[in-house]
Design a protein around this ligand. Structure first.
Ligand code: F6P
Length: 343
């Protein structure tokens, strides 16, 4: 009987629990035992585990977050971290590890496969949808729908008060949430990290819109968007264990500039972690379930060092190394569609 470990690392997102449930259900059908590591790589470093059974995964399908907990722990940044991971893997008698995460968690998985822990399968998650080699990550669809609903709500108040509302969304260095929620929510301007902000152009678009009788506008800005001359706006300069700064604050700066330059009353709404919470959409539940089942099938076939991925409507697997090699950012063709509706 094989023994599988599973961990969820990095920022949480809706759809993690469906993956855990699918891994456990498919494994039990195969006669495998499954244990969960608490709080991402931290659980493997500290040998902090929980048994995963039919009972522990019962009822978790619609729950947001992760029953295993998560953290942004990087074993490569901890004293003897990698050695502890390897020792605990061995001591627990594991045959395989399923690592569920974004570029950071899967980056560690990819490195570990080269550094003497080859029996790893990756599952891509993130609300940012910025992993290459998969058409979608789960979590993104739920975040997108949440952001769209917020934009809908902000529309009615912006219209009533004749205001500009700047909506700051997450997404780190990729503008997927901004561009898709902006299109779905009918934003009048969408600003993404991939294209530096030209404040003159933004104000010209808003003024043009007002000149045709509109007295309100919605501007969606991604947290990672930057003004042409300046760098990222951050809440904290301190780097986390994966070398990331904490983004946020561009919305406020943009709001001040827009009000100053256009004379229109402007308010700012930062959606923040609302986008990561709540119950997963049907799309994310199904994608997470398909990924979880496929991950166990790769373990059964002993096909390691791979990440499960969505390609068209098929679940495939790709080398982990390839999956974390480059971020998937918004292409100009997609952005041009959004631009049609500006102003
Ligand atoms: O990667 C997911 C994400 O929500 C990003 O969009 C955001 O920049 C970051 O995580 C926020 O991280 P934390 O919750 O650690 O502040």
């Amino acid at each position: 009987m094989a023994k599988i470990g599973i961990l969820t690392g990095g920022g949480d997102c809706p759809g993690l629990n469906p993956v855990i449930r699918a891994v456990v259900r498919r494994s039990i059908n195969e006669g495998f035992e499954v244990i969960g590591f608490k709080n991402g790589w931290k659980g493997l470093i500290e040998k902090d585990t929980i048994p995963l059974t039919l009972e522990t995964v019962s009822g978790i399908l619609p729950k947001g977050g992760t029953i295993l907990g998560t953290s942004r722990t990087n074993p490569y940044k901890k004293e003897n971290g990698v050695q502890k991971v390897k020792d605990n893997f061995k001591a627990l008698g594991l045959d395989a590890l399923i690592a569920v995460g974004g570029e950071d968690t899967l980056g560690v998985a990819s490195k570990l496969t080269k550094d003497g822990l080859p029996n790893i399968v990756g599952v891509p998650k993130t609300i940012d949808n910025d992993l290459s080699s998969t058409d979608y990550t789960f979590g993104f669809d739920t975040a997108l729908n949440t952001a769209m609903e917020c934009i809908d709500k902000l529309h009615t108040t912006a219209e009533s008060h004749h205001r500009i509302i700047v909506v700051e969304v997450m997404g780190r260095h990729a503008g997927w949430i901004a561009v898709e929620a902006g299109i779905a929510g009918g934003a009048d301007v969408i600003l993404i990290p991939e294209i530096p902000i030209d404040i003159e152009e933004v104000c010209a678009i808003i003024k043009k819109r007002h000149s045709r009788g509109k007295t309100f506008s919605i501007v969606v800005v991604a947290e990672g968007a930057q003004f042409k001359k300046d760098g990222f706006v951050t809440q904290e300069q301190k780097l986390d264990e994966f070398g990331h700064v904490r983004l946020g604050g561009i919305g406020e700066m943009l709001g001040v500039e827009i009000e100053k330059r256009t004379g229109y009353e402007t308010r700012v709404s930062v959606l923040g972690h609302i986008q990561r919470g709540g119950t997963p959409t049907a799309f994310d539940r199904i994608l997470g379930t398909r990924f979880g089942v496929k991950a166990v099938e790769l373990v059964i076939k002993k096909t390691f060092g791979r990440m499960v991925a969505l390609s068209g409507n098929k679940i495939v697997d790709v080398p982990l190394e390839q999956a974390v090699a480059a971020l998937k950012t918004v292409d100009s063709e997609f952005y041009e569609i959004a631009r049609v509706f500006f102003g």
